[in-house]
Design a protein around this ligand. Sequence first.
Ligand code: SF4
Length: 216
Amino acid sequence: MLSKAKTRWAMTQLYDLIPDAKGALIADSPFQLLIAVMLSAQATDVSVNKVTPQLFEHFPTPASFAAADLTAIEADIRSIGLYHNKAKHIRTCCQQLITDFGGEVPQTHAELEQLAGVGRKTANVVLGDAFNVPSFAVDTHVSRIAKRLTISAENASVRQIETDFQTKLPQKEWVQAHHTLILFGRQVCTARNPKCNQCPLLSICPAGQRILQERG
Ligand code: SF4
């Protein structure tokens, strides 16, 4: 497994390679970010950003979503994958925000994860990006990179990967590391044909060395 020191070294290389990485979802408030992150499951940030301006114009508050017909919410998010379930979750989530949290987005994992359609990853993104609470969200890119670099074991669960990064990186880096790894996964350490021969982490990456050997 990659040591704490080498994990930190790897992240400094990635901060240099991809400076100031940020989330790409457009949102003006914690509430809008929560809805945007819910929509982004199995959908691209670009596709979410295309539908949210009109969605938030039609439904500017938790109360407006809570009182809406599902078909009206669906009409605005129809181009997003799983839109039927997402509309249902968003409406129930907004009803919970009103009844349980005074219409505000809560700021703890436990409370966020009580909301319909909100899992650990969504809670981590909202906490980190909307409230500056140190948190580390694991998505498919982070998971792949963690295993390739042996930051986490090959069979590690999402929760274990989160713990591995939190143990190996200083708390103040967690949010930045998450965003940096996502862009690194999209641009360099892609699922297929990763650009290992251009990667600054090749010297410490068993998967990259194996991939290059196989390519000859
Ligand atoms: Fe990913 Fe290849 Fe870099 Fe390893 S060397 S981190 S597999 S791009």
